[in-house]
Design a protein around this ligand. Structure first.
Ligand SMILES: [Zn+2]
Length: 262
């Protein structure tokens, strides 16, 4: 199942129909559209650390949180380091979770936020124990199994049963555009196993790597049911909706994934 592309006024965003249907959470993956930033950040930049006008970035966050019906003041934002550490977010946590690429919480209204510009957002909902997890899964984090680490954190903290989990892998750089040297397939194979080879297609001297496929199989190997995994087919690199590190380098804004329990 794919994500849906939605509009609200000028704001364009993506959601997973399975998470929407649960009625238990709100979530979105933002795009370039619907904000007030200018120049290379035009228009919905959600990063305060890329040189954009902070007032504009704040307004962009306000627009997204208003859209979702959540509070700007209750955002906990991962400061991502392409690792696989998972932060357990509690009522008194606010602001930036420095050094964490993944977060889990069971606190209603607490907004988990991760930044993206090609790396995959991985949403996990436990509809039984009423808990959520959100991970930023770039290729390094994917190789470190961050999606599985997030499932394990939910098992440890909330006694989640992986059978119950609803997973959604959002827009990210697609296999169409993620051309790599052999370092990426080598790291995937060394870290996760030979099964990853089928997601790394030879392309001349290089490879084209399906990060979404690797994340989905990582989740299945962690016990998540295949039918409970929704995967976006949107590519952030060749899709016009997105900022892309691969396409634009450092001269760009950032998208964000938002996820909160109702
Ligand atoms: Zn592409």
């Amino acid at each position: 199942m794919d994500f849906n592309r939605k509009n609200s006024g000028n704001i364009v965003y993506y959601t997973a129909p399975t998470l929407d249907a649960s009625g238990l959470c709100v979530h979105a993956f933002s795009t370039r559209f619907g904000g007030v930033s200018q120049g290379i950040f035009e228009t919905m930049n959600l990063s305060f650390s890329r040189g954009d006008d902070p007032d504009a970035v704040r307004e962009n966050h306000e627009r997204m949180t208003k859209l979702l019906g959540v509070s700007f003041d209750r955002i906990v934002s991962g400061k991502q380091v392409h690792n696989c550490r998972i932060r357990v977010v509690r009522e008194n946590d606010f602001g930036i979770a420095d050094g964490y690429d993944g977060m889990v919480t069971n606190v209603s209204g607490k907004v988990l936020l991760t930044h993206h510009a090609d790396c995959a957002p991985v949403f996990l909902l436990d509809p039984v124990k009423k808990a959520i997890g959100l991970a930023h899964s770039g290729w390094r984090g994917t190789a470190k199994g961050i999606a599985a680490r997030t499932v394990e954190s939910m098992q440890d903290e909330y006694v989640s049963d992986p059978d119950d989990l609803i997973a959604a892998i959002g827009p990210r750089i697609g296999q169409c555009c993620f051309e790599t040297r052999d370092d990426v397939p080598t790291e995937m194979c060394a870290s996760l196993g030979e099964w990853t080879d089928k997601y790394c297609l030879p392309f001349g001297e290089k490879f084209k790597v399906d990060i979404g496929g690797i994340i989905a199989e990582t989740l299945m190997r962690a016990g998540v049911k295949r039918e409970n995994i929704c995967i976006s087919t949107a590519c952030t690199c060749c899709g016009a909706d997105f900022f892309s590190h691969r396409r634009q380098g450092a001269s760009r804004g950032s998208m964000a994934a938002f996820f909160a329990l109702k």
